[in-house]
Design a protein around this ligand. Sequence first.
Ligand code: PGA
Length: 254
Amino acid sequence: MNKQLRTPVIAGNWKMNLTPDQAAALIGELKPLVANADCGVVLCAPFVDLAAALEAAAGSNIQIGAQNCHWAADGAFTGEVSAPMLKAVGVAYVIVGHSERRTLFGDSNETVRQRTRAALDAGLTVILCVGEYLEQRQQNITVEVVRTQTKIALAGVTAEELGRVIIAYEPVWAIGTGLTATAEQANEVNRAIRDLLAELYGRDAADRVVIQYGGSMNAANAAELLAQPDVDGGLIGGASLKAADFAAIVRAAG
Ligand code: PGA
């Protein structure tokens, strides 16, 4: 099965939680629990926690990511952080287009494309989030919405750069709500995203892209979701703040 071409990635999204000390303590707890993971392990921290997180994770199999980046390399953008700045402090991953950025902070498909471009130019790996609202699912336009989001974000991304893109399918109605897409719903949309990638880049390249599921993934439901043929990992919010829960999800990916 093509799933063997991909190493799953379990990424935590701490959102606006944890001080630097708390971040270091959580990583300290996690390190022994995930040391033998068969998947990639990434933690996406708030900007001010990155230095402490990088130091705490040094020498381990935990990689550190940020939760957003600006599209310009530098300039008069008060309060923003650029992709080259993230790269310079040792960050390897950045989440782009999370639904909270889209709904609460005005991110559009076009700004998500620009942020993706900037992150790739800086040498980062992008975790590109896509997903539909509940009304869109009810209108049966989920695949159309997710295809459009993905296509616009990847406009101009080369086949080689695609190797540094992870896509996270996160139905907005499942984020932080306790509602999870069924394993079949998650797989169906992940499959549709992979089919789009095959149209854009060819089947071989598409088969190598890690496509995660996110939205109330937890220790109890992770194994069933991760067993799906097109679900290659997870983007974990709430459950990433507890070492035991996050480690259980990492184990479920192995
Ligand atoms: P959740 O968040 O796991 O708390 O639903 C997922 C996300 O927003 O990435």
